[in-house]
Design a protein around this ligand. Sequence first.
Ligand SMILES: Nc1ncnc2c1ncn2[C@@H]1O[C@H](COP(=O)(O)OP(=O)(O)OP(=O)(O)O)[C@@H](O)[C@H]1O
Length: 494
Amino acid sequence: MISLLMPGGRAALALHVVFSLLNTMYLPYAVVYFVDRVYLMCRVNLACTNLTFADYLTDEIIVMLVSSLLQIPILMYVLLVLDIKKSGGRASDVFKHFLPNSNNMTVEEVENNDVGEHEDDDVRMERQKVSDILSNRSADPPVVIVQNLRKEYQKVTRVCSGSTDGSCCCMKGDSDHDVHNKVAVHNLSLAVDAGEVFGLLGHNGAGKTTTMKIMIAEEAATKGRVQIAGHNITSNTAEAFQLMGYCPQHDAQWKNITVREHLECYAAIRGVPPSDIDRVVDLYLAGLQIQEHAGKQSQHCSGGTRRKLSFAMAMVGSPSVVLMDEPSTGMDPRSKRFLWDTILASFQGSRGAILTTHSMEEADALCSRVGIMVKGELRCVGSTQHLKNLYGAGYTLEMKLRGGDRTPTTPSSDSHSDLKEFVAGLFPDATLEESFADRLMFSVPQHAVTSLAKCFLQLETAKTELNVEEYSFSQTTLEQVFLKFAHYDEVNGD
Ligand SMILES: Nc1ncnc2c1ncn2[C@@H]1O[C@H](COP(=O)(O)OP(=O)(O)OP(=O)(O)O)[C@@H](O)[C@H]1O
C-alpha cells in the first residue's frame, strides 16, 4: 500500500509528510518500507558495499524522524488532557505539571470561602492549623495536608420542558438536559501528623472515597490542594506517589497474576532488597492466612482473599503514608485482628495513615483521631474520647433486678421505685430511658459524674442493698456519636 502511495516526486513527498504527521501507525510501516528501498536501490546499483548511515537519511526518512519528534509532545498532551478530563479536571490543568514552582502556590490561590455553616470549633481550628503550617513552611510538615478541598461532579438529569412535577413525558423533542453540580466534598482541611492513624468516618456517599481519590490523583480537585510529606500531589506527583500506599475500596489487581507475584512486584517497586522480598511476602501471606492461595491467580480468589491482598499490597515495603478505604470489609475475624495489629504496629514514628471504615469499633481501636463527614462536610474532628465527651450523651446506666420468683413480665413496682430513687440521689439529672420488667436504663449526663470511683462504690453498695443482679455503667460509644450526625443528615436530607 505504501509503495502504491509513493510513486515518487514532490507530490509523493507531500503526501508522505501529511501521513507521517497525522497517522502514528503509518510511521513504523513507512520506516521499514523506506529503509528497505534504500537497500534495494543500492543492490540494483551494485553499491551496497559503500552504504553508510547517511545514505539512509533520505527525505522521507528525515520527514518521519521529524514527525515522530513532533508527535511525542502532541500525543502526550492529548493523553494528559484525556486523563485529566476523565478525572473531572480542566484541560488547562495540564500546564500545572510543567510549572516549576507550582508546589509553592500562595495560600490565597487555594482560598475557598465556602465554609460549612455547621463547622464546629475543632474543624475551624484544624483549618487554621493547616493554614499556619503552610504559611510558615514548616521544615517538618505533617505527612498529609489537605487544604480547602472541594470536589464538584457534573450531574446531568433528563427533564421535560412543560413537566412541573419533574416526571418525564418522553415525547419526542420534549426532553431536555438539566446540568447541575453535585458537591461531593466541601472545603475540607485536615492535617495528619507522623505517627497518626486518622479515621475518616461518614455514612454512604459522605465523600470519603472522593477525598481519597483526590489524594491519589485519580480525581482532580475542583479547588484546594493536597500534600503528601511536603509534595504537592498535582505538581510533584511522582515524588508523592513514591511515599504512598493505597488500599482502594474496590480491589484493583491484575487478573492473571498470582497473589504471591502481586506482593513480590509491589515489594520490588517499593525498594525492598531482593534478598528480603521472600521473607516480607511470606510474612503478609502468613499473617493474613492466605498462604494456600499464594499460587492462585487473583481472578480465582474469593472476595475476602482479594481484600487481604489489597491491604498487603498497600502495606508492603512500608510506605510513609498509607490510605486505606474500608480495608477490613469482608475479612474474617482472625485476619481482621492481624490487620489491626499490623496497623497499630506500623504507624508510629515517621509514618501516618488515613483509614475509612464503617466499623466504629475499628475506628475506636485504631485511630488516634477521627473526623466525621456529612454530605461532603467535615462536621467534627478530634480524638475518639474528645468526640464522645463533646457529642456523647454522657453515660448509660443499665440495671437488672434480681428476678426471684417473679416472671419477667411481672415487675415489682417497689423495687423499681427504690432503684429510681437511688439513681436520682446519685445522679440528680439522670433520665429514665427504658423500663422493662426487671431492667432499667438511665441516661446520665457527663457533668453529673465527678468521680467514677465514687459512682462505682455506690453502685456496688446498691447492688447488695437494692436487689440488683447486675449493672453496667458505660460511656457513650463512638457509634452513638456517629448516629447523632447520621440523624442530622436524615433530618436535613436532599
Ligand atoms: N464519578 C462520579 N460522578 C458523579 N457523582 C459522583 C461520582 N463519584 C461519587 N459521586 C457522588 O459523590 C458523593 C460522594 O461519594 P463517595 O463515593 O465519595 O462517598 P463515600 O463516603 O466514599 O461513600 P461509601 O461509604 O459508600 O464508599 C456521592 O453523592 C456520590 O454519588
